[in-house]
Design a protein around this ligand. Structure first.
Ligand SMILES: NC(=O)C1=CN([C@@H]2O[C@H](COP(=O)(O)OP(=O)(O)OC[C@H]3O[C@@H](n4cnc5c(N)ncnc54)[C@H](O)[C@@H]3O)[C@@H](O)[C@H]2O)C=CC1
Ligand SMILES: O=C([O-])CC(=O)C(=O)O
Length: 320
């Protein structure tokens, strides 16, 4: 059976990590694409030379021409710029929107049948714009954020409870901004909701609130530490989980920025919600019920994303 082809648009910090993880997980052959000539080629060769040591068989190529992504099964987009300390993700809109136009046209011409995962920030607006520029069916394009935000929350919870990360589940929904929605009622240790664990004395409400807040600001915490860019290991691992679910038809239920057509009372936008990812792309949206406080938080987050989309339309009148 022919190997799958994975195209990585953007060969920076996340792109390089994606390329390595794709090999380690035997997901398929990898093409790294970047506008900076030499970088995708150099990273491709470096990882290909790691393959004999790690024992995976995959071809690696680097390119600065979109023709190289032809026939890709999965495209993961990290092209653009990351933020630096003092910036918000939203400050990236002007520059990254133009990048999404070029990437969208490249995908439309060379890989229109791919399952596309957008990572570029500000995420919920960029995946919306990428869908418009590429014309992809809305079940074949998603944004990566919820898996990462949930993984951060899971890490903090596992540390607090001194349990395996494997036994901690979490759902962080909404947009990928500081008003994202970590849902404590739907996050568990071995199936027991966090709200019950507070009652059982495993933690206090104050500590839980602090972990929720740390999750919301998790991206900024790493930007302030790194100073030159933003997180890349956990973002890459998160997107690889999504790609693997598609390529292996695993039908995992993952929180992703998905196109909503009435679900959660939202239409025509990409928002972080739990979805089933299988061979048909986004196969199902899981609509969880919110209590009044959760709904208020979710609606606030949706309103922020709507504001970003309006800002995109202001920058590029073709999107209006
Ligand atoms: N959705 C999420 O949860 C997360 C999103 N991000 C975002 O992911 C993006 C990438 O982050 P990093 O890999 O750390 O940045 P990076 O700067 O290391 O890599 C970005 C790459 O994109 C390339 N690039 C720029 N314009 C391009 C174009 N028109 N076509 C092709 N390539 C182009 C650059 O040359 C660079 O190699 C940023 O926007 C960052 O904010 C980062 C972490 C998490
Ligand atoms: O915070 C950033 O700029 C990068 C990002 O989205 C994250 O790490 O969650």
């Amino acid at each position: 059976m022919a190997r799958n082809k994975i195209a990585l648009i953007g060969a920076g910090q996340i792109g390089g990590t994606l390329a390595l993880l794709a090999g380690l997980k035997d997901l398929g052959d990898v093409v790294l694409f970047d506008i900076v000539d030499g970088v995708p080629q150099g990273k491709a060769l470096d990882i290909a030379e790691a393959a004999p040591v790690e024992g995976f068989d995959a071809t690696y190529a680097g390119a600065s021409d979109y023709a190289a992504i032809k026939g890709a099964d999965v495209v993961i987009v990290t092209a653009g710029v990351p933020r630096k300390p003092g910036m918000s993700r939203d400050d990236l809109i002007g520059i990254n929107l133009k990048v999404m136009q070029a990437v969208g046209e490249g995908i439309k011409t060379h890989a229109p049948d791919a399952f596309v995962i957008c990572i570029t920030n500000p995420l919920d607006a960029m995946v919306w714009a990428l869908q418009k520029f590429s014309g992809l069916p809305t079940n074949k394009i998603v944004g990566m954020a919820g898996v990462l935000d949930s993984a951060r929350f899971r890490h903090f919870l596992a540390e607090e409870f001194k349990v395996s990360v494997e036994d901690v589940t979490a759902f962080v929904l909404g947009g990928h901004g500081d008003d994202m929605v970590p849902l404590t009622r739907y996050s568990t240790v071995a199936g027991v909701p966090l709200t019950d664990l507070v009652k059982l004395g495993w933690t206090t409400q104050e500590k839980l609130d602090a972990m929720v807040e740390r999750t919301r600001k998790g991206g900024g915490e790493i930007v302030n530490l790194l100073k030159t860019g933003s997180a890349f290991y956990a973002p890459a691992a998160s997107a690889i989980a999504m790609a693997e679910s598609y390529l292996r038809d695993k039908k995992r239920v993952l929180p992703c920025a998905a196109y909503l057509d009435g679900q959660y009372g939202v239409s025509g936008m990409f928002i972080g919600v739990p979805i089933v990812i299988g061979a048909n792309g986004v196969e199902r949206v899981l609509e969880v019920t919110f209590d009044a406080a959760e709904k208020t938080m979710f609606d606030k987050s949706v309103a922020s994303v709507a504001g970003l989309i309006e800002a995109c339309k202001g920058v590029d009148s073709n999107l209006a």
